[in-house]
Write a protein that binds this ligand. Structure first.
Ligand code: GLN
Length: 543
């Protein structure tokens, strides 16, 4: 039997950045999957960093980590959350990585003395990276091209798509162009001209858009749709409106109402006989938008002015909250502002505290104060990665009496290095791609809180850190009530800690938030929400 052929969908963006190509791609992927197709989504990023792992979250939002340990763009988080299926290094490619591969080949002499050029060498490598995913036998691969049409950086990608479309032949690929219809209040009109121009620009590079998805704040009148169709060479039904909605999770449903998925399948010569199965998605959305109770969690971090920095955590609260019909409001607390004098006031009224992951010493002492406050006041606390390390330092200082205890990330010469580097990390010089990354097994202690939460003894979670709990100190921690409830079965490294005599005081060295999806909310977030809701109830009775 011949191998089935994979269909390719390319998503480009025009007019401005930040139109939400990631959400549109994820929504389309979800709709196609709900029709029974196997789908994956890939992002091509036009910047020269090898991956976003070395980027400050202020620049590009959170760095999302996949099962295979790739440090990727935050859009991959949306893909996984919408599709409920894992992505990998192959799902995120940057210009830096493309050039690195081509230059390495050049050094090896693989080009046999030829002049190495953007066309064909760079474009061939881009095409190879796009097609690589077809080896996994997907029905459909959606490739999102980062940046905006017309950017110098995007040109090789657009050219590669042009070549690939030609090679794949008619009916096997399509282009969706996401564009903006600005509203001119003075004229009371949505304007189509910028979209016409960006479609024309795409055509100049040899790409014809098959579908237009138009971001808009207002409904698109019939005449405007007709105008766009006429000027941009697309069918009227291929002009899709993407109007602002209350939550990103409503986007697929809005698109489906306009038969976006059917239009796409028709363009790809695929059957459109059945409808997508959206019952569970609609049920999730209903519970999310009609919660029965509401809690407030303080998210203590140092990137608080940019919520994209903690994207997966915020989304994990949405998935788990919806499942429990609980609205989770996040109070963003900048740890750099916390002092012993204001910590009680700043955290007053919250029902739970989450101490966020992070790097570097800015705001560290504030996080330690928050951990101490939550421990002493019996407020539920979840510490993630750096958050767990902070809980460890706090406990060492204030319970074990090691006044100078620290992580060697912040104080190399601390006499009590309760968090320290593993031997193999000590000589690492490169920053990029050298941490403990990706999925690692973890064994949970029988009858621990964590084991009850997961309902299993062995779990696997994703990591992204360099420093570790220093096991030399473990016996003393355990003697004083802080136990290692999760350990790595191969290395013995401590992966999770919890306090025995506290309603919920759990720190995890891994990142549970990366594995939370709409279809599979994370049990640890659910347990934390339940504990916070219980604390809220109990404090309400007291007052
Ligand atoms: N900076 C810490 C480490 O490298 C924690 C990292 C994190 O929170 N992701 O170990």
């Amino acid at each position: 039997m011949s191998k089935k052929s994979t269909k390719y969908i390319f998503v480009t963006g025009g007019v401005t950045s930040s139109l939400g190509k990631g959400i549109i791609s994820a929504s389309l992927g979800m709709l196609l999957k709900a029709r029974g197709y196997s789908v994956t989504i890939q992002k091509l990023d036009p910047y020269i960093n090898i991956d976003p792992g070395t980027l400050n979250p202020y620049e590009h939002g959170e760095c999302y980590v996949t099962e295979d340990g790739a440090e990727t763009d935050l859009d991959l988080g949306h893909y996984e959350r919408f599709l409920d299926s894992p992505t990998s290094q192959n799902n995120n490619v940057t210009t830096g990585r493309i050039y690195q591969t081509v230059i390495e080949k050049e050094r090896k002499g693989d080009f046999l003395g030829k002049t190495v050029q953007v066309i064909p060498h760079i474009t061939n490598e881009i095409k190879r990276r796009i097609k690589i995913l077809s080896k996994q036998n997907y029905d459909i691969i959606i490739t999102e091209i980062g940046g905006t049409v017309g950017d110098i950086e995007s040109l090789p990608y657009i050219e590669s798509v042009r070549q690939l479309r030609w090679e794949l032949g008619e009916g096997n690929s399509m282009v969706i162009h996401l564009t903006l219809l600005p509203y001119l209040a003075a004229a009371g009109e949505l304007k189509t001209k910028p979209s016409q121009h960006s479609v024309r620009q795409l055509m100049e590079s040899g790409l014809q858009a098959d579908v237009l998805v138009c971001r808009t704040e207002h409904k698109i009148p019939k005449e405007q749709r007709a105008k766009l169709a006429q000027f941009c060479n697309v069918n009227l039904e291929n002009v899709i409106e993407s109007i602002d909605v209350d939550t990103i999770y409503r986007v697929p449903l809005e698109l489906q109402k306009q038969h976006f998925d059917r239009v796409v399948l028709q363009e790809l010569n695929l059957p459109v006989d059945k409808d997508p199965e959206l019952k569970e998605w609609k049920n999730f959305l209903k519970k999310y938008t009609h919660p029965k109770r509401s809690i407030e969690i303080a998210l203590v971090g140092k990137y608080v002015s940019l919520q994209d920095s903690y994207k997966s955590i915020a989304e994990a609260f949405i998935h788990a909250g919806a499942d429990l019909e609980t609205e989770v409001n996040i109070r963003w607390v900048y740890s750099g502002d916390l002092t012993a004098d204001n910590v009680a006031e700043t955290l007053a009224g919250v029902n739970g505290v989450l101490i966020a992951p992070g790097f570097g010493d800015r705001g560290i002492e504030g996080k330690i104060l928050a951990a101490q406050y939550a421990r002493e006041s019996s407020i539920p606390l979840l510490g993630i990665c750096l958050g767990m390390q902070v809980m460890t330092v706090e406990f060492a200082r204030n319970v074990l009496g090691y006044a100078k205890a620290n992580s060697t990330e912040f104080d190399r010469a601390t006499p009590e290095p309760v968090i320290s580097l593993m031997e193999e990390q000590k000589n690492v010089v490169d920053k990029g791609g050298t941490m403990r990354l990706g999925a690692w097994k973890c064994v949970l202690k029988p009858n621990s809180r964590l084991q009850n939460i997961y309902g299993s003894r062995s779990i696997s979670e994703r990591h992204r850190h360099r420093y570790e709990f220093n096991s030399d100190f473990l016996p003393e921690f355990e003697k004083n009530g802080m136990i290692a409830s999760g350990t790595n079965p191969e290395t013995g490294l401590v992966e999770a800690i919890e306090l025995k005599d506290h309603p919920f005081y759990v720190g995890v060295q891994y990142h549970p938030e990366y594995k939370s999806t709409v279809a599979t909310p994370h049990p640890l977030f659910e347990a934390f929400i339940e504990a916070s809701a219980a604390y809220q109830k109990q404090t309400a009775i007291k007052n």
